[in-house]
Design a protein around this ligand. Structure first.
Ligand code: SAM
Ligand code: SF4
Length: 335
């Protein structure tokens, strides 16, 4: 089906990212403060409401769904959501159902995810050092995540590792992480740290490490072949000729991907963010809850929201003023 979601700049919206919870079992320093206040349960869309929401987007031509959070796999009952959404994979309405996870629950859920039609997962992992892992996630344990990586691969899921590039933190692990990922046939993506929320102690763990520098360091050891492949997002890819592995660079602060942007983000409360870098949002929850038996008002609200998708984002690219640029936490919109 052709998408009917075309924004004012003629971009087709075919990719929906859905945050299913704002909660998490980790407290990564660049993402959350130690004492987070989470949303009261009644604010959250139920799993059935999330399903209705996603189904409405799919009916309008969304072809790819990425489930995220917070940590999506800590949401109670989330496997029933995956099990139910998988009908759209079976019917061919959806090309891809995927998720971004910290990996802590994958040992439990990898098989169920594979059964629900998930073929690929992104697992966030910034370091392979136990002590550093505990420090950056505050509450996480590396061994548990590594078991999750094993479980995902054993279940036949293709794994991509996402690492936030943090100067003075994982800089020295650039090659060891690359080689570890290559040895397990996993692609890797480096993400430039974004100024989100009031992080308090980010200064103590790692700072902005520009991906131009990550790339330059990789190029000293490997032959980097630029790939034309684009995903409509802020990632650029190269192939390392020596390992065959794909390495991505996500620079969310750059503007140069906005013209091909194909995505919108739904929060766990039913707000739709049309752009990661803008506070502009549309409330879809009211349209959903006020009409439990009629999807037309919801679909109308989705179209109105897409009609307001902005041309580009508002990050301060000068990086002179990074702290607290965006008051919203990444765990709210799902990164
Ligand atoms: N909990 C899951 C996870 O960690 O993969 C999914 C949600 S998390 C918000 C999604 C991605 O955003 C993770 O890869 C995480 O490293 C990244 N992230 C969080 N805060 C960030 C920040 N301030 N700058 C850049 N990436 C960030
Ligand atoms: Fe949790 Fe993911 Fe944020 Fe870390 S990055 S605190 S794992 S939501």
């Amino acid at each position: 089906m052709e998408t009917s979601l075309i924004d004012p700049f003629q971009r087709a919206v075919t990719y929906l990212r859905v945050s299913v919870t704002d909660r998490c079992d980790f407290r990564c320093v660049y993402c959350m403060s130690e004492n987070m206040t989470f949303l009261p349960k009644k604010e959250l869309l139920t799993l059935e409401e999330l399903d209705r929401m996603c189904t409405a987007f799919i009916s309008q031509g969304v072809r790819k769904l990425r489930i995220t959070g917070g940590e999506p796999l800590v949401r109670r009952g989330i496997m029933s959501f995956f099990g139910s959404i998988s009908r759209h994979i079976d019917s061919g309405a959806l090309d891809e159902l995927t998720l971004t996870t910290n990996g802590s629950q994958l040992a439990r859920f990898a098989d169920d995810l594979a059964a629900a039609g998930v073929r690929r997962v992104n697992i966030s992992l910034d370091t392979l050092d136990d002590e550093k892992f505990a420090r950056v996630t505050r509450w996480g344990r590396l061994a548990q995540v590594l078991k999750g990586v094993d479980a995902a691969q054993n279940a036949g899921l293709r794994v991509k590792i996402n690492a936030v590039a943090l100067r003075g933190f994982n800089e020295e692990e650039l090659f060891s992480m690359t080689e570890w990922a290559a040895s397990r046939d996993m692609d890797m993506t480096w993400i430039e740290v974004m100024p989100m929320g009031d992080m308090g102690d980010t200064d103590r763990i790692g700072q902005y490490w520009p991906l131009t520098d990550v790339r330059a360091q990789l190029a000293q050891r490997y032959t980097l072949v630029d790939l034309a492949e684009r995903t409509g997002g802020p990632a650029r890819y190269v192939r390392l000729e020596e390992t065959g592995q794909k390495v991505g660079f996500i620079t969310p602060l750059s503007h140069n991907f906005c013209e091909s942007c194909n995505r919108v983000r739904l929060t766990c409360t039913g707000e739709l963010f049309m752009c990661l870098g803008q506070e502009d949002r549309a409330d879809l929850r009211a349209a959903l809850r006020d009409h439990p038996d009629d999807d037309r008002p919801l679909i109308e609200a989705i179209h109105q929201a897409i009609a307001h998708k902005p041309k580009g984002h508002d990050f301060d690219y000068s990086r002179q003023n990074v702290a607290g640029q965006m008051s919203r936490h990444m765990s709210h919109t799902g990164g």
